[in-house]
Ligand binder design. Structure first.
Ligand code: HEM
Length: 326
């Protein structure tokens, strides 16, 4: 079925768009183009002398940084291509009588919202709540595309697997715990709190006395000309960072517990999903620790983002397989 192949390809493409987004943000290129949808009013990054003269006239306070501007524009173009792919999936699903209709329509609506969040990310100058919502939107799109793919496959794994069926509530709780951890990660990065704590296992100094939860998790942080590089003080960033680390322990314990239990499943797909989950959790914690120890190298930070996306996909798969009616 053409639609299944297209969804599979779109899933891989979505991961590429997510990683490109993380790379753009971590290269501090999120504001590489100060306007939207064009870049300094152009379809591509302006470079000809007459274009540069126009830019100087319309953006007198800005200096074009071509590398950053290109990163931002490439992200916008591949995100636009993803939008077209999602539209094609919707059309194919609407044409096929047996294909789901509501889920692809929801995914198409989500990609429109995601484009709007991309625009607000720029026009609201990297406001953390918008940046985090944009990250969550990308991850949700990735998870829902997998769900759509699975709905088109005759997958009935643990129908008679009574052991695996007992894990349904645990798998659902694990998914909830992981989503909270991903949101905390998004809040850590969008508030530039990655380097607020540089020691292990927790923070330097008397960090407990400096915790400020109300400020750290207030969704709005007042008016600022730009939120690039963060606007919060040290204690508030440290609180965000520490919370992400502590919840990481909860997440790792829960996910490893589920992975261990899946080892006893009668179905080899569920057993293998358990092993994959275990491997991904170990890698993700390792990457998180490397972020801290190695001062946030670009490659590790982007891989940490990819690890979170793959963990989410694995848990969505496990939940789908367990909860689908036999
Ligand atoms: C248990 C699983 C974990 C998950 C699912 C997770 C997930 C995430 C996510 C989704 C982000 C946002 C990435 C981005 O915006 O590009 C993030 C950021 C971050 N995480 Fe984790 N994380 C985990 C464990 C850890 C651990 C154990 C540590 C450190 C000890 C850690 C340290 C960090 C740091 C420093 C950032 C900010 C990086 C940046 O600014 O880009 N994480 N995490």
């Amino acid at each position: 079925m053409a639609v299944k192949r297209l969804i599979k390809f779109t899933l891989v493409f979505t991961l590429a768009v997510i990683l490109m987004g993380a790379y753009t943000r971590l290269s501090d290129a999120g504001l590489g183009c100060p306007d939207w949808p064009g870049c300094y009013g152009h379809l591509a990054v302006p470079s000809a002398s007459h274009e540069l003269a126009k830019v100087e006239q319309h953006f007198p306070d800005m200096t074009i940084e071509p590398e950053k501007a290109w990163l931002e524009m490439i992200h916008r173009y591949i995100a636009g291509t993803l939008g077209l792919m999602v539209l094609a999936i919707l059309i194919l699903c609407l044409k096929q009588p047996q294909a789901p209709k509501k889920l692809p329509s929801f995914i198409a609506a989500l990609i429109i919202l995601q484009a709007a969040l991309g625009m607000w990310t720029v026009t609201m100058k990297l406001m953390p709540i918008v940046v985090m919502a944009h990250l969550i939107g990308g991850f949700s799109l990735f998870a829902l595309l997998l769900l759509l793919y699975l709905r088109l496959k005759p997958l009935r794994i643990p129908g008679g697997d009574s052991h695996a069926r007992k894990l349904m509530p645990l798998a659902l709780v694990c998914l909830g715990v992981l989503i909270i951890q991903i949101m905390l990660g998004g809040w850590t990065s969008s508030n530039y709190a990655a380097l607020a704590c540089t020691t292990l296992p927790i923070c330097e100094g008397n960090w407990v006395d400096n915790l400020r939860f109300a400020d750290a998790f207030s969704p709005f942080q007042g008016e600022h000309p730009s939120f690039e590089f963060g606007v919060l003080d040290y204690s508030t960033r440290m609180t965000i960072h520490v919370t992400h680390r502590i919840w990481a322990v909860v997440t790792a314990v829960m996910l490893i517990w589920l992975a261990m239990k899946l080892r006893y499943s009668h179905s080899h797909i569920m057993r293998n999903s358990g092993y994959l989950l275990l491997l991904l959790v170990i890698m993700q914690v390792g990457l998180g620790i490397s972020n801290v120890v190695m001062n946030l190298p670009l490659g590790i930070a982007v891989s940490h983002n990819a690890g979170a996306a793959l963990l989410l996909l694995t848990l969505v798969f496990i939940n789908y397989a367990l909860w689908r009616k036999a």
